[in-house]
Design a protein around this ligand. Structure first.
Ligand SMILES: [Ca+2]
Ligand SMILES: [Ca+2]
Length: 247
């Protein structure tokens, strides 16, 4: 009996080990040369966001969204959204660059550019200033107010988004122009809500980061990612986009 128990514990440990593997929910390195599955905020197809040299170039003043399989988090699990990004000419503009993870919240799947079908989306959006002029903390964490506006994330106005924490935080770093940076936004479900962690790294050096917790009883499922840049913040190029679920 002792031996059997030992074997069973061994089997359970092996099972737990395999269950802890991370799952790739979405990935795109644009090596196929097209932006299929990505939808931009402009109604004219493929103008505001197109693939060049194996990366997605997003015009200044535009946003993109992509849908991935709806992923729900249990306590202790997290969803991480990471990508490489290069700013052509990072402009000094508050809330100039946005990263978001959203839940379509029962809306029909988006299948076209310039869609106005985002009205009821829920989600978390972070904004930062790509080139702050002084030491003012530039990073804001926001939640979307559903039922207010049919587009998703170009505007971060108070009517469309509510701050999770009143004061912006994070390091006031000027992003180097035309340099590949690595961005990460991770949402971890806790017993009281979500822990939100954002970082931007240049090589192995983290040049901007911020973290906060958000009390929620319901926002634990996500199926849409988004990125946008306001006009004065310059165009951006993104690559190696990945959404992972991790235990
Ligand atoms: Ca593609
Ligand atoms: Ca690529």
């Amino acid at each position: 009996m002792k031996k059997l128990t030992f074997i069973m514990i061994g089997a359970l440990t092996a099972w737990a080990g395999s269950a802890q593997a991370e799952t790739v929910v979405f990935s795109d390195d644009f090596s196929d040369g097209n932006s299929n599955g990505w939808y931009n905020s402009a109604p004219s197809p493929r103008v505001a966001a197109k693939v060049t040299d194996g990366a997605l170039v997003i015009s200044a003043g535009r946003g993109v969204q992509a849908l991935y399989p709806r992923t729900s988090l249990s306590v202790g699990e997290n969803l991480s959204f990471s990508f490489d990004i290069s700013f052509a000419s990072p402009g000094n503009i508050g809330s100039g660059f946005h990263i978001g993870l959203f839940d379509s919240n029962g809306s029909a799947p988006i299948t076209e550019d310039g869609s106005t079908g985002y009205l009821d989306f829920l989600g978390i959006m972070i904004t930062t200033n790509p080139a702050p002029a002084n030491n003012t903390p530039p990073v804001r964490f926001l939640t979307r107010v559903p039922g207010q506006f049919p587009a998703l994330m170009l505007s971060s106005s108070g009517k469309l988004y509510t701050p999770i924490i009143a004061r912006p935080g994070g390091n006031a770093t000027v992003f180097p122009a035309a340099t590949s940076l690595h961005a990460n936004l991770t949402l971890k479900r806790t017993s009281s809500g979500l822990n939100i962690a954002y970082s931007m790294a240049n090589g192995s050096t983290v040049i901007q980061s911020h973290e906060a917790s958000y009390r929620t009883k319901s926002l634990f499922s996500f199926d849409t990612l988004g990125l946008s840049v306001v006009a004065a913040a310059g165009s951006i190029t993104i690559d190696n986009v990945k959404v992972m679920k991790e235990p």
